[in-house]
Design a protein around this ligand. Structure first.
Ligand SMILES: Nc1nc2c(ncn2[C@@H]2O[C@H](COP(=O)(O)OP(=O)(O)OP(=O)(O)O)[C@@H](O)[C@H]2O)c(=O)[nH]1
Ligand SMILES: [K+]
Ligand SMILES: [Mg+2]
Length: 513
């Protein structure tokens, strides 16, 4: 379903975007009053076996009691079968499993209840209406349950983001990355970094407070300055030990920022662009990889006129796959501009370029021209230097003589493929999987990846502040720089208390989450 949405959306309005086809509601937080009890359908919409409706807030217990009257509240955290009735008419609504989670041991930290009802639309709307009639209850806004969990310290902000990503994960690799973030790995890392800075700050402040004092504690004295490791005059140095830790932190932050945006790519999809001379079989390959006819294939060269982008799950990685117009020999500037233009699924935007040629037509002017321009240019810059990854594919291998030599001596390493017979497809998928793992990172191993621009912003700002710390000529300024640096790490997990940031993060959630 998201594929169709994507393809249509890509045709209608091109531009860089997330690998995601769903429209997302924007939460209107203006009207949420703290202390209110909210309710919503938390399972998906539509007919289903069981639907879960939940409520959170101080009146949750009352709501449960009223809908299950005359029974008392069930035991906490134990599923109990109850008859639900409409409190206004007394009419039975459903026989349901109900759960009572007294706060703070609940998802939101508040009193919560869950109704596991039969998943028919009439049952669901009957129970929702009944809840709406209970005094003090109102429908929840998008993400409101999670926002309450955050407000009560049940989740930090990176965990909230992990939860949002987990709900939206559509490929295995995305799920792994989201789960690690939900498990709090990135948050823990930030907290340990912030802890380092707190320690360093304590040393600096101790020196400011007691530096001139003969009664300086022994431990602090032991850490008295021994050399000039940074530009704070060595006589002022509070603690070389703290200084070393700060420098180690700088190295760690730098390493995380030099992650080639792998976590962000995995979250929003890697761009794979298929390019080549006309009629090489580019659209045939796009259809093969997306397992459905998204592009028109015909023997007529020049069939594809514009960039067509489609979302595909390739070996567990989310990919935005672009089919492009064939590049004719000596293509004019307008045509070249068409494929290069950023934001249009063109070459400039590609993480991986699949360069495709007709294996039986390598000597033609358009093939030679394509090899001499696109393939030579892309191949000249390694991905390490920020260049794009290139996969060279020689298609239509079925047209080659069965016993003949391999085509293209003197070509860069290439893969033989036949879109017609499927020969070589397995090898191509394996090559793409390797390239995608390099572009997106392996979410199961290594340190947690930065998944959003927000993370990069705070780490960069933290690094900048550490730069000021190193250059500060006086201890008060050094302390202030450390405070700013630590503040950015705290913002990463706590949002820094700004409603704007929270609104942006929570609007990724649906109603009921
Ligand atoms: N024999 C053979 N024919 C193929 C193969 N792959 C594609 N074709 C045929 O080659 C022709 C062109 O295929 P397309 O997929 O439209 O090629 P394209 O590169 O997208 O073409 P343009 O969009 O016009 O640049 C069609 O007739 C395909 O059926 C293959 O592996 N073997
Ligand atoms: K064609
Ligand atoms: Mg085509």
């Amino acid at each position: 379903m998201w594929r169709e949405l994507w393809t249509t959306a890509a045709r209608a309005a091109r531009g860089p975007r997330r690998w995601d086809g769903r429209g997302r509601g924007v939460a209107a937080w203006g009207c949420s009053a703290p202390g209110a009890t909210v309710f919503a359908l938390s399972s998906g919409q539509g007919r289903c076996g069981v639907a879960v409706i939940r409520a959170s807030g101080p009146a949750s217990g009352d709501a449960l009691r009223i809908l299950t009257a005359p029974r008392a509240l069930p035991a906490a955290r134990t599923a109990s079968l109850r008859l639900l009735s409409d409190p206004r008419s007394g009419e039975p609504l459903d026989r349901a499993l109900v759960l009572w989670f007294p706060g703070p041991r609940s998802f939101t930290g508040e009193d919560c209840v869950e109704f596991h009802v039969h998943g028919g639309p009439a049952v669901v709307s009957g129970v929702l209406q009944a809840l709406g009639s209970v005094p003090g209850l109102r429908p929840a806004e998008a993400g409101e349950f999670t926002r309450r969990a955050f407000a009560h310290g049940k989740l930090n902000l990176t965990e909230v983001e992990g939860l949002a990503d987990l709900i939206h994960a559509e490929t295995e690799a995305q799920r792994r990355q989201a789960l690690r973030q939900l498990d709090g790995e990135l948050g823990q890392l930030c907290r340990s970094w912030a802890g380092t800075l707190t320690k360093a700050l304590a040393h600096v402040e101790a020196y400011i407070d007691f530096g001139e004092d003969d009664n300086l504690e022994e431990g602090v004295l032991e850490q008295a300055p021994q050399g000039p490791p940074h530009s704070v005059p060595s006589a002022c140095l509070p603690s070389p030990a703290a200084d070393v830790e700060v420098r180690e932190l700088e190295v760690a932050l730098g390493a995380h920022l030099r992650d080639a945006r792998r976590g962000q790519r995995l979250r929003s999809g890697a761009h794979v662009v298929v390019t080549g001379p006309p009629n090489a079989g580019k659209s045939s390959l796009v259809n093969l990889l997306s397992r459905k006819p998204v592009s028109i294939v015909s023997p007529e060269p020049g069939t594809t006129r514009d960039v067509l982008e489609t979302a595909v799950d390739l070996a567990g990685f989310p990919v935005l796959l672009s089919d492009t117009a064939g590049l004719r020999e000596g293509a004019g500037p307008v045509e070249q501009e068409g494929v290069r233009r950023p934001g249009r699924g063109g070459l400039e935007q590609a993480d991986i370029i699949v360069a495709m040629l007709d294996a039986s037509d390598l000597a033609s002017p358009s093939s030679r021209d394509f090899l001499d321009t696109v393939v030579a240019t892309v191949g000249a810059r390694s991905p390490r230097e920020g260049g794009q990854r290139l996969v060279l594919v020689l298609n239509k291998s079925d047209l080659l003589p069965a016993e003949g030599p391999r085509p293209g001596p003197g070509l860069p390493p290439s893969l033989l493929l036949s879109c017609l017979t499927g020969d070589g497809l397995h090898g191509l998928l394996e090559a793409l999987r390797k390239e995608l793992a390099a572009v997106c990172g392996d979410p199961s191993t290594g340190s947690p990846l930065l998944t959003r621009e927000r993370h990069r912003h705070h780490l960069k700002a933290c690094l900048d502040a550490l730069g000021h710390y190193k250059q500060s000529k006086d201890l008060a300024l050094a302390a202030e720089a450390l405070r700013v640096a630590r503040g950015h790490l705290t913002c990463l997990t706590g949002g820094g208390g700004t409603e704007e940031v929270l609104d942006i993060i929570f609007r990724d959630f649906c109603v009921g989450k």
